[in-house]
Design a protein around this ligand. Structure first.
Ligand code: BT5
Length: 326
């Protein structure tokens, strides 16, 4: 249940250009005018700047700089993604909380964001470094009506979304390394982790996590990542507003996801392959059992890596590392 305070912020946010009268707020929230006034004073203590004019009403002039569910929602132009945003200063992992919420019936499009993660995770129990307020650490809860074997397509879809935002809004040249890395100048600046709960032919839910290094300097990374990780700040010499980037990602993700549901994976595949790292080249491949070199032929309709076995036969791989850093 949304608190009265959050509902009040929603009402004010939806009327950001105009004043909304105390009477209208009181009717919508079923609370007295003096209760509204008290809520406004509390919001001001939290850094909201609210203008109140007699006869006209209230409007928000400024949101607090600090990230919160409400500040991320302010001005967010999506229809379903991020209608519910849960923000925590510190979490073990946004994936863990998102799984808990999804099992408790959180709605499709719920977004979990953390200021820092103490146990951020990658694939196969890898660690994901998520230093405090330096990056975007967030997970989406999705309830897609697709078959479980199509879920890997969502990782590739998310990668094309990040590539689009990085190119269009940050002005860098991104490359997508199969299946889930975003590289700038051959260094990793973002990773995606898709996890799901499913039964034979039905997905219960997907938790899609994204970690993006935004305002890190080199010292914010552990030493072993210095030669292979990067951030938007390191690449552009600019400090980026995290809230603004989150909104751009949400809007672009929602649009791309809708396109995917309407038109299928082929549009995403085409976009992915345009930015795909080392497509057509000879790559190093590592699976649980084997290591070998083979050509990267492209990605299959189901998101798998198309390549050749050590014996030279064409094959599809669903889980592997390519061109890892040794
Ligand atoms: C990934 O795994 O790249 C997926 C990362 C997903 C992180 C998000 S953050 C929000 C959500 N909550 C979570 O707990 N996770 C998701 P993988 O391909 O396995 O890559 C992990 C490897 O990347 C590590 O083993 C390191 O070598 C490297 N690495 C770790 N932290 C990094 C960072 N901040 N930047 C670049 N590389 C990093």
């Amino acid at each position: 249940m949304q608190s009265t305070r959050n509902k009040l912020i929603d009402i004010l946010s939806n009327n950001s250009d105009t004043y909304i009268s105390g009477q209208a707020i009181s009717e919508q929230l079923q609370i007295s005018r003096s209760a509204i006034w008290k809520h406004m004073k509390e919001l001001e203590k939290d850094g909201y700047v609210i203008e109140g004019k007699s006869k006209r009403g209230y409007r928000i002039l400024e949101y607090p700089n600090k990230l919160s569910g409400n500040t991320i929602k302010w001005g967010l132009e999506t229809e379903w993604l991020g209608k519910e945003i849960i923000y925590k200063d510190t979490l073990k992992s946004t994936q863990i909380l998102a799984h808990e919420l999804a099992q408790g019936h959180a709605q499709h499009g719920t977004v979990v964001v953390a200021g820092e993660q103490t146990q951020g995770r990658g694939r196969m129990d890898h660690t994901w470094e998520s230093s405090k307020e330096k990056g975007i650490w967030m997970s989406f809860i999705l309830r897609p009506e697709i078959a479980p074997n199509q879920a890997p397509q969502l990782t590739l879809l998310a990668a094309t979304v990040l590539a689009e935002v990085l190119r269009r809004d940050v002005g860098v040249v991104p490359m997508i390394k199969w299946p889930n890395d975003l590289l700038i100048n051959r260094k990793k600046c973002a990773g995606i982790l898709t996890e799901m709960q499913a039964e034979q032919d039905q997905i219960w839910y997907v938790v899609l996590g994204m970690g993006i290094n935004v305002n890190h300097t080199l010292d914010d990374f552990p030493k072993d990542l210095h030669s292979r990780a990067t951030s938007l700040k390191l690449e552009t010499d600019k400090t980026w507003e995290i809230r603004d980037l989150i909104q751009k990602i949400l809007v672009t993700f929602e649009r791309t996801y809708n396109t995917y549901l309407d038109n299928g994976f082929s549009v995403i595949k085409e976009r992915w392959e345009k930015d795909g790292f080392r497509i057509g080249e000879q790559i190093k491949i590592k699976t649980l059992r084997d290591k070998w070199e083979a050509p990267f032929l492209g990605i299959a309709e189901d998101g798998a890596l198309q390549t050749k076995t050590p014996n030279g036969e064409e094959t599809k791989l669903y889980s592997a590392e390519i061109d890892w850093f040794s």
